[in-house]
Design a protein around this ligand. Structure first.
Ligand SMILES: Nc1nc2c(c(=O)[nH]1)N[C@H]1C(S)=C(S)[C@@H](COP(=O)(O)O)O[C@H]1N2
Ligand SMILES: [Mo]
Length: 175
C-alpha cells in the first residue's frame, strides 16, 4: 500500500516536471500563442523578442491617464515605445523626416485586436504625449487580463488604442 502511494506521488511529480519543461520550451512571440508573455518587435530590418524580465530591466517612465470608462485615473509604468524601436535602428528625433513620416507601428494583442500609431506619434521629440509599452499599473505588474504588456497612448481621449495583452509591435511603411 505504502509503496503504491509513493510511486503514484513520484509519477505525479514526474508529470509535473515534464509539463513545466514543455512550458519553459514553448516558442514565444507570435500573435497566435496567447499569454506566452513575450513581446515581438519587428521592423523591416530586424526582429527581437522581449520577455517581461528584459523589458522590466529597461528605463521606465510613469504616466497617469484618465480612463473615462472606469471614471478613474490610472498610473502606468513602462518603456517608451520609441526607446524599444530605437534599439532596432528605427529613425526618430532629428531623423523624423522624409520616409520616416510614412512609417507606422501595428500593435497587436493576443486576441488579434490591433491598433496603429504613426512613428511620428510615437516620437516624443516630434509629438506631444507619451506612447509606452506598460508592464505595471498603480505599482503592480499587469494582471493576466491586461498584461504582461499593454500599449498606453496618453494623448488619446479614450483608451481604445491601449492594446491589452500586447504580443507584437511591427513597424511598416506606407511607401
Ligand atoms: N487586446 C485588446 N485590447 C483592447 C481591446 C480589445 O478588444 N482587445 N479593446 C480596447 C478598447 S475599445 C478599450 S475602450 C480599452 C478598454 O480598456 P479597459 O478594459 O482597461 O477599460 O481596451 C482597448 N484594448
Ligand atoms: Mo472602447
Amino acid at each position: 500500500m505504502m509503496r503504491i502511494r509513493i510511486s503514484h506521488r513520484t509519477l505525479a511529480l514526474q508529470v509535473l516536471l515534464a509539463a513545466s519543461v514543455c512550458l519553459a520550451q514553448a516558442p514565444a512571440g507570435s500573435p497566435a500563442d496567447s499569454n506566452s508573455g513575450a513581446l515581438k518587435i519587428q521592423t523591416p530590418e530586424k526582429s527581437e523578442t522581449l520577455l517581461p524580465a528584459a523589458l522590466k530591466a529597461l528605463p521606465h517612465i510613469t504616466v497617469t491617464v484618465h480612463n473615462p470608462h472606469a471614471d478613474a485615473d490610472e498610473t502606468f509604468s513602462g518603456v517608451p515605445l520609441m526607446d524599444l524601436l530605437a534599439r532596432e535602428g528605427v529613425p526618430h528625433g532629428h531623423d523624423m523626416r522624409g520616409k520616416a513620416l510614412s512609417e507606422y507601428v501595428v500593435a497587436t494583442g493576443s486576441d488579434g485586436y490591433k491598433a496603429v500609431v504613426s512613428l511620428a506619434e510615437a516620437d516624443p521629440e516630434f509629438h506631444p504625449g507619451d506612447v509606452l509599452v506598460a508592464d505595471a499599473m498603480d505599482g503592480k505588474p499587469l494582471d493576466a487580463k491586461t498584461g504582461p504588456f499593454r500599449l498606453v497612448v496618453t494623448a488619446d481621449k479614450r483608451p481604445a488604442r491601449s492594446v491589452r495583452n500586447l504580443v507584437s509591435i511591427e513597424v511598416r511603411s506606407a511607401m
